[in-house]
Design a protein around this ligand. Sequence first.
Ligand SMILES: Cc1cc2nc3c(=O)[nH]c(=O)nc-3n(C[C@H](O)[C@H](O)[C@H](O)COP(=O)(O)OP(=O)(O)OC[C@H]3O[C@@H](n4cnc5c(N)ncnc54)[C@H](O)[C@@H]3O)c2cc1C
Ligand code: SF4
Length: 465
Amino acid sequence: MSLSLKKTPIPEQDPKIRTNNFSEVALGYTEEDAATEAARCLQCKTAPCRQGCPVEVDIPAFIGHIKKGDIQAAADNLKAVNSLPAVCGRVCPQEEQCEKFCVLGKKGEPVAVGRLERYAADYLLKNAKPATPLKYAADAQKVAVIGSGPAGLTTAGDLAKMGYKVTIFEALHMPGGVLMYGIPEFRLPKSVVQAEIQVLKEIGVAVQVNFVVGKTLTVDELMDEEGYDAVFIGTGAGLPYFMGVPGENHSGVYSANEFLTRSNLMKAYRFPEYKTPIYVGKKVAVIGGGNVAMDGARTALRLGAEKSYIVYRRSEKELPARAEEVHHAHEEGIIFQLLTAPIEVLGNEQGWVRGMKSVRMELGEPDASGRRSPVEIPGSEFEIEVDVIVVAIGQGPNPLIQATTKGLATNKKGNITADPETGATSKPGVFAGGDIVTGAATVILAMGAGKKAARAIDAYLKEKK
Ligand SMILES: Cc1cc2nc3c(=O)[nH]c(=O)nc-3n(C[C@H](O)[C@H](O)[C@H](O)COP(=O)(O)OP(=O)(O)OC[C@H]3O[C@@H](n4cnc5c(N)ncnc54)[C@H](O)[C@@H]3O)c2cc1C
Ligand code: SF4
């Protein structure tokens, strides 16, 4: 039988139904789907797909186990190197990572590595037995991990498996970082995130929430007074950027960060069962074209908006969001107002948003990012009537630790300067990785940085001992 050139499709909720609920859009492979897709993998000896995986998953090996029907072995294989496979299987941009290098991609579609990863990881969650607590030496060295996003969780998991006593310090009341407060339930159920974190707790990682490093205690206090031998900083890029246009301070303008945190972490979509309210009005404009913008627009629709716009200054081709997210947004009826840039937020007499003055753009020469830059068309001003505006044009580094830690070098944008291979910062014993170093990036790159830092911290602590 010849191999299919196409990926086995993943069952999904019907767009007309799913816009009325917050349940997951992609339902996951059945046993039969997984077997069919795993059979497409050629088990290449050179495994080019592996070079695209920052956390070093042995892709042919885990898919080989699925081929043989041994899903537990596939899951064990994943979990040995990746603390968050059920998360990665859902939100990792595989098309830019492992799948980009898959040999099948030359003639047709690559193996659906992400969907298979999710299938095996979900099997493990469904059949979960508590993990065996690891045994730590009485004189095991202590590591403080600041921030519980994918970078911090990976560093913590890897170091715990190496025998270090790890405590994660998290500012919010739930661990998970963007996985909990940013990415919506319909793409990444929060129960999945917490289940993967639970395994880390079971093997012995301590998690202290509501602990703001830089306020509750500083990095120097953790090291000098609390006896931590090394520190990893994975505090992410959670500082929202605004457009800087007149009228942006009207009521009804949210940062994407606030809008999504209210809905996801504070569960405003289940108001009044949960106490956090969220105002969406009838017409919502989300400014930006990345994953964050797609999440904002799709969330607004589910919260009851009649019209939800993506307002982006370039064309569809330049949208930075994952193709799958753009496809889902189209299916759900999001209106793409492309080649458009807001120049003023218009308010009513009570100070609430009533609309947005915008200009039309055309594409000019490529800029430093290689994308054609948007150029304003003179005299093209027009108004869009909206009640709520969500600004999703990017985030900067959380600044508190940089401001309160002596001897920690940063770059012009305020990101912590760290060696890309080890995460070592300018301060001895302090390592950093993820969005706080690179600027807003992806889950898997943050995890890759956490993995490299864990190895470097291990080497540093062995030397110190
Ligand atoms: C809405 C949204 C959707 C996204 N969608 C995708 C996607 O589909 N695929 C993808 O790959 N990537 C996606 N990303 C990007 C991805 O989530 C991030 O790149 C990734 O989470 C970065 O991980 P991190 O560990 O560096 O930081 P974060 O996940 O930001 O975690 C940092 C943690 O540190 C905590 N913290 C900050 N300061 C302190 C302090 N002083 N003391 C204690 N704790 C502190 C924060 O509360 C937070 O929990 C998305 C991002 C957003 C915002
Ligand atoms: S490159 Fe593709 S076909 Fe080859 S081992 Fe990797 S996933 Fe399988």
